[in-house]
Design a protein around this ligand. Structure first.
Ligand SMILES: Nc1nc2c(ncn2[C@@H]2O[C@H](COP(=O)(O)OP(=O)(O)OP(=O)(O)O)[C@@H](O)[C@H]2O)c(=O)[nH]1
Ligand SMILES: [Mg+2]
Length: 322
């Protein structure tokens, strides 16, 4: 189709602004208690939404501790690796695909660098932190496999909330000795941007049942059109369109989801398509405004302003359990 022009604004919907539940609050309390015995933090973010999966709560927990920012799911993110490089001119960061053991070698080497010259008898204690479902337990398993050739130590799964408490230390390197705590994913008590919950839902970093699947599918369509205005990223299902009903009707025809009387199951199709995208079975995606090289800085400024207005210093916040 010639002349197709993607939408530049996503329609406003009334959406939940947070999904902060009991085990998140409990995990935060435990992390605060335990952080004194931690030498290095692996702060994990999803490479498809590197801004939306930052969590200011971690800033107040980590404080001045050494940290490596780990962007998981790099294999299904459409962001150019150079963008991450420009964000981290200072400080350690890694892009990983936890499904490929060699992709965590750089991270292991960074941890080994931190353990050099230390005289601790017990080894380097590290902790993995991150929002729900970003791949923390998968990262632990892959680090363990790469560093010690041992099998899985942590349960993983495609939905948020698989890890509910902090298990005991797991060894990921013998010489030097490096040990890791996995932790439960922790959400923000309130999100900053109106669409953040949509982003988190589309990548599976929150309860994906909170938002109507058709709205999630519409948001995915909107993002894909922004990334590539030719419609190529979903051309196996539909011609280029801004209309989610048109897209889903075409998807139903292609996927054999027409019900009685030939009526398309729009809601079921929406849930299926978004879930396939979440799992990386569709094209690579990106949900944050990564073209803006100052995006991280702007995000931090917005967060600071909001924080001051609403909560006072993060360290003094009393987290309300939803
Ligand atoms: N494509 C891809 N999928 C990944 C990667 N890392 C993890 N996953 C998948 O992401 C899903 C979540 O992984 P987990 O390791 O359970 O995530 P988590 O952060 O521990 O989740 P919670 O414990 O629920 O907070 C699983 O389906 C993993 O297979 C990656 O680098 N690439
Ligand atoms: Mg986990």
């Amino acid at each position: 189709m010639t002349g197709f022009v993607p939408r530049t604004v996503f329609p406003t919907h009334t959406l939940p602004r947070a999904y902060f539940i009991g085990h998140h609050a409990k995990a935060i309390r435990r992390m605060r208690e335990m952080v004194t015995e931690i030498d290095l933090v692996f702060e994990v973010r999803d490479a498809r939404a590197p801004l939306s999966t930052r969590n200011s709560i971690f800033e107040s927990i980590i404080g001045e501790k050494p940290r490596v920012v780990v962007y998981t799911k790099s294999d299904i993110s459409a962001i150019d690796p150079n963008i991450f490089k420009s964000w981290h001119s200072e400080g350690d960061y890694c892009l990983v695909n936890t499904r490929i053991p060699s992709s965590v070698n750089q991270l292991l080497n960074i941890a080994k660098k931190y353990s050099t010259g230390r005289e601790s008898f017990f080894g380097l204690n590290t902790m993995i932190m991150g929002m729900p479902n970003v791949g923390k337990s998968s990262l632990l398993n892959t680090l363990r496999y790469s560093g010690t050739h041992r099998g899985k130590a942590a349960k993983t799964g495609a939905m948020a909330g698989v890890t509910r408490s902090i298990p005991s230390l797991v060894k990921i390197s013998e010489e030097p000795a490096i040990l890791v705590y996995d932790t439960p994913g922790v959400s923000l008590p309130t999100t900053i941007e109106p669409d953040t919950m949509l982003v988190l839902s589309c990548i599976g970093s929150t309860n994906t049942g909170l938002i109507d699947p058709v709205i999630q599918a519409d948001f995915l369509l909107y993002q894909l059109n922004k990334m590539n205005p030719t419609g190529m990223l979903y051309s196996k299902y539909s011609k280029p369109t801004n209309e989610i009903e048109e897209f889903l009707t075409s998807y139903c025809r292609r996927m054999g989801r027409l019900g009685k009387g030939g009526h398309p199951d729009l809601s079921g199709a929406a849930a299926q398509w978004v879930d396939r995208s979440r799992k990386g079975l569709e094209s690579k995606v990106v949900f944050d405004d990564y073209n803006n090289l100052n995006a991280c800085k702007e995000w931090e400024e917005k967060l600071d302003a909001k924080k001051k207005l609403q909560h006072g210093p993060l360290s003094d916040q009393k987290f309300r359990v939803a």
